[in-house]
Design a protein around this ligand. Structure first.
Ligand code: ATP
Length: 324
């Protein structure tokens, strides 16, 4: 990554990564990484999602060299050999910056430690901390602390920055600011792997997702691809006016418009939730609305509910995560 020069293209590949906190001879069950494979290309923002304990932090630590994996390969192409450690940096989860030292002092100190050049004004400007340069780090808000952590990870402009649960502790405004900042950095040539246990936090941030479950990558792709390969359904929520409509009529309208895979999972006081197939596109939704209007029950709202990571994983486990 560079703010001035043309950024070279590269691919990072990790193959069959295995790591156990009890060492290579540990029991199978102790494997925090159990054969994880992944690929990241320059210029991407990739979301790494998985429930608590899925192995996200361990994977980020292995990729950044904080821990040495027991087996498997991590390599960049074109090959950078031992230089790999300097090409990837980590922003750890919730660093607590304490004390009286100023933001500028900290950045200069880390730059010296890592033997990298620092244009302090430029870095502070990029992460939005110019006005806080003289502030004691212990007085920074959670959002500003995250920005400081990110600026430390950006020192030396690594090719890839790994962010471990960066949304934790941020309010929606802070989360949006981080999304905007990463998009801005991507425009400048940055590449990011961002972990979260909440898929929706990364929905507007990531170009695509890698889903980790029990130390393995069980699915990857953009949201629609994930839904398709993990064979989950989406939930459509419709609000209906008071109606005399028979349940069988509603079922018929739903089946005619949404296809045979659609199923009414809840119907209560004008609120109907329908599990629909992933191919339930806007055309089908429009047909559903038309059908309801014809039956003199025009819906006041039709909302496709957000994907829940737990549901996605449940579906993947039920289906053995098989690809179509
Ligand atoms: P979270 O979202 O809760 O941070 P995670 O997806 O980042 O979870 P990891 O922290 O990588 O998951 O943990 C993966 C597995 O390794 C879990 O079973 C966890 O209990 C175990 N583990 C993590 N750190 C250690 C450690 N220092 N010693 C022993 N086991 C550990």
């Amino acid at each position: 990554m560079s703010v001035a020069n043309e950024t070279p293209t590269w691919t990072l590949k990790a193959k069959n990564l295995v790591f156990s906190y009890h060492g290579p001879k540990g029991a199978q069950d102790d494997r925090a990484l159990d054969g994880a494979d992944l690929e990241i290309k320059s210029g991407e923002i990739v979301g790494l999602v998985g429930v608590n304990g899925a192995g996200k932090t361990t994977l980020l630590h292995a990729l950044s060299g904080v821990l040495k994996h027991d087996s498997g390969i991590i390599q960049m192409s074109p090959d950078v050999g031992e230089g790999l450690r300097h090409r990837i940096s980590l922003m750890p989860e919730r660093v607590k910056w304490d004390g009286d030292r100023s933001v500028s002092t900290i950045l200069r100190r880390f730059a010296r430690l890592r033997s990298v050049e620092l244009d302090l004004e430029e870095m502070l400007g990029i992460v939005g901390l110019l006005g806080r340069r003289a502030n004691a780090i212990g007085t920074l808000s959670q959002g500003m602390q995250q920005r400081l952590s990110l600026s430390v990870a950006l020192l030396g402009w690594p090719d890839l920055v790994l962010l471990d649960e960066p949304m934790n502790g941020l309010d929606p405004v802070g989360q949006q600011a981080l999304v905007d900042l990463l998009h801005d950095l991507k425009e400048r040539g940055g590449s990011f792997l961002v972990s979260s246990h909440r898929l929706r936090e990364l929905q507007t941030m990531a170009d695509r997702f890698i889903v980790l479950d029990a130390g393995r990558v069980v699915a990857e792709g953009d949201l629609e691809t994930l839904i398709r390969t993990m064979k989950t359904k989406r939930t459509l929520r419709i609000s209906l006016p008071p109606t005399e409509m028979l349940p069988s009529d509603l079922e018929r309208i739903v089946a005619e418009s949404m296809g045979s895979g659609a199923e009414i999972i809840e119907s209560d006081e004008g609120m109907v939730r329908i599990a629909v197939n992933q191919e339930s596109d806007e055309k089908r939704q429009a047909e559903l609305v038309t059908g309801l209007v014809k039956a003199r029950t025009p819906p006041s709202r039709v909302v496709l509910e957000e994907i829940d990571l737990a549901e996605l994983l449940d579906a993947a486990r039920r289906n053995g995560g098989e690809e179509e």
